[in-house]
Design a protein around this ligand. Sequence first.
Ligand SMILES: Nc1ncnc2c1ncn2[C@@H]1O[C@H](COP(=O)(O)OP(=O)(O)O)[C@@H](O)[C@H]1O
Ligand SMILES: [Mg+2]
Length: 454
Amino acid sequence: MIPGKKIKTAYFCSQCGAQHPRWQGQCKECGAWNSLIEERVPDKRKAGMKGSSAETRTIAQIEGEILTGWRSGVVEFDRVIGGSLLPGQTVLLGGDPGIGKSTLMLQAAEAYSRQKLPVLYVTGEESMSQIKLRSNRLKVMGENVTVVTITTLEEIVDLVRATDYAVVLIDSIQTIVSSQFDSPPGTVAQIRECANTLIGEAKSKGFALFLVGHVTKEGLVAGPKVLEHMVDTVVYFEGDSSHLYRMLRAVKNRFGSVAEIGLFEMGSDGLSEVTNPSAFFLSGHSDQPRSGSVVSAIVEGNRPLLVEVQALVARGSYGNPQRVAGGIDNKKLALLLAILERRCDYPMSQHDVFVSVAGGLRVTEPALDLAVLTAITSSLVNRTVDHRLLAIGEVGLSGEVRGVTHIDRRVAEAVRLGFETILIPAANESQVQEKSARIVAISNLQLALDIALG
Ligand SMILES: Nc1ncnc2c1ncn2[C@@H]1O[C@H](COP(=O)(O)OP(=O)(O)O)[C@@H](O)[C@H]1O
Ligand SMILES: [Mg+2]
């Protein structure tokens, strides 16, 4: 409770920013649980009703100023933020704590600086010497990168007004406070006000602005979702901190496609681009046939990606069989096992089943179903699957294999990496012209298992 009688407070959702008059366990807007925080309601500024002095033009009358934008030269990064960074563009970079946002921002700062763009890196989380340490590790020279450690909004505004930076990075928006509010840093009111002011400065001064935001699960610090509608571009940095790969994914872009991902590998000297992701995710794939291992082609963003599904089926020793899925949804696994048991008569209920997608990738695409089921059956009957066989297809409840999108791209990627037999859904057969691999059209699961397991 915030003391004092006259101060008006309300409950704000830390996930979506919605305002509620009283506390409740679940946010009515976004459905998040335990996410409401009591905060002071920002005073409404008195808006005078003066005559408008805004200049109006028809689109045809708008002249010049066709902006070309800046490229960092890091292809995986540039593609996700919309090709090139436009003056005045605002980008929100969200991600779990520790995933590598600061690392990415520092390397982006260096890349822009190499393009002779003056960059300002504002950090509210680390000291100058910590930044220097990290820069040494990442081999960041930072000739044109100015670092400043401040946390007050007004100081940042004074600084960017007095100088001419092309790119300004704020790490993180949750640490910045405006002295106009007495609520603590990270509250919905603070991060909205700070982001709003900085976005305004970026638009009027013409610098590109990056705001870093930690994803918060619940509780006292508002997450980046609260800011998504305010910025031009929203990108999330994802990955599994126990694996090396990191994926940068655009979820909103006013100036480019959102179907773009960028792939990086985290190493001791920072992030490096993964330009051949399929080869990266298949790096542990055996060059000998093995049981329980099947490769499939998924599409992330606009890119086809080959992934290896591994399965291990063991006779259960306890009453309740174990089902453990890594990289795919547990419920999805249960569903696929039920299909296998009912449609193909394999006795799954007495077996423990472990399935994982190699490399730590999380896959939600149904096109992986056929590979998952083939891998499970291969392990169950202990028969190998040719390591140059690849299976694509969604499996329906009656055991039918259903068509998938972008079949041509998936097949082309499989051929590029040397796969010789490709199982595709019969519904997609007419869309594939590939001659350099054996394309087998599959209408149901049993047929696929017969072909794959010989
Ligand atoms: N000395 C190091 N060697 C290798 N990797 C490191 C080292 N220091 C940090 N990292 C990697 O960087 C990650 C932290 O990155 P950081 O950019 O600070 O994350 P964020 O800003 O998203 O919280 C760590 O989880 C680790 O993977
Ligand atoms: Mg950080």
